[in-house]
Design a protein around this ligand. Sequence first.
Ligand code: NDP
Ligand code: 2IT
Length: 446
Amino acid sequence: MLDEKIAPSYEEVIRRNPGEVEFHQAAREVLVSLGPVLAKHPELAEHKVIERICEPERQIIFRVPWQDDSGEVHINRGFRVEFNSALGPYKGGLRFHPSVYLGIVKFLGFEQIFKNALTSMPIGGGKGGSDFDPKNRSDDEVMRFCQSFMTELYRHIGEYTDVPAGDIGVGTREIGYLFGQYKRITNRYESGVLTGKGLEWGGALVRTEATGYGAVFFAEEMLKVRGQSLDGATCVVSGSGNVAIYAIEKIRALGGRVVSCSDSDGVVHDPAGIDLELLKRIKEVERGRVKDYAEQRGGATYRDGGDIWRIPCDVAFPCATQNELTAKNAAALVEGGCQAVVEGANMPTTPEAVDVLTEAKVAFGPGKAANAGGVATSALEMQQNASRDRWTFSHTEKRLSEIMTDIHDLCHRTAAEYGREGDYVAGANIAGFLRVGEAMVAQGLI
Ligand code: NDP
Ligand code: 2IT
């Protein structure tokens, strides 16, 4: 239930952003936690921090024209929502997926504000992307699209202004084309303008692995509180992209067994444990599908449109996309004996599913805390770029692991302070909001 002082702010979000259902959902999920915060911190209400935080500082929408390999012209729409700069330059990924529209970009940008605050790094919140579908496009087509996209975006971003990175459909290849075009237009080798760069040209070790690894470090901390661990645990990881692959890698390293992963076409079940080398080759080198994995891996089965959450597991990691885990899926997980759900993706679990899990006492790690390792390591990349330094893999991974433990402890401690022991959703929302809110008050009415 929304606090009666907060309900009007939520109604205003709906009124001002008609049809943007994912943004409404993300806003509501944060606002429901904040009633007790305003009671304890009346200055935040007085300065209208909630009303201000729900309104992006700036929203940019632009046309992205490009030509495919046959010479046909296509028009896509580009977005960058610069949500909040109280803690640092806007920071957050770019998503290229046909489902992208303003409501998706705003939900992601809004989440990013609190996530970035939880990392303790000096980064504000933003997000961008396009309804461009990179699937089945040649490298040349992707390059031409990225060049056209950056030809508008370049004027809005910069090391001290706004620092994009990857998200769904945007990896090192796309960041390369975007960086090249930024450099060409501005005549500046400004490494800190984008993160997720290639290792030979300003990228940081561990950034590729960071979101998946970080989610698993977070899961391990959550399990520790319950006297459990990933060692010997059976896990399912939805998706098979950047976050999923490196979650699988770290689960394995900590002694867990991942028996299933997926893509938007179907689900693979591999009771012996996913063969990571094969999965990486198919996904990262050949840009193939999990169906190809099942065809090449003895003992694995594949189902078109299958339901990954019906596969019994101890720990589930939704690592694909928003609202992929519904109340029905949550009930199936509970029935299969699941002990913890940890979000590698952004908002993959519906609010009704969170209720089902909470009711069944399944530990739940919300994305804005559990998947913050990616953006935290982006901030470490910015730090290395600013000092023209390069850290080792082990040093960077150690920093990531410390950051994830700190985020876990902050969420756990904050939940307890507000009488919500074990409620990581409340802990993450409150701790993130307090950091941003206090900075906003200190910086005056802007
Ligand atoms: P990728 O593009 O590398 O992989 C996305 C994966 O999710 C693919 O397996 C894709 O399948 C699947 N997927 C995407 N959309 C859908 C859909 N509508 N239905 C079913 N499956 C879908 O993206 P990432 O791994 O980078 O991102 C995954 C999630 O993690 C997103 O929610 C993202 O916002 C979040 N995230 C990413 C971070 C990062 O650093 N990359 C940081 C923090 C969060 P298919 O190939 O069939 O489309
Ligand atoms: O959702 C996210 O945190 C990301 N896609 C990563 C953002 C970043 O700037 O590294």
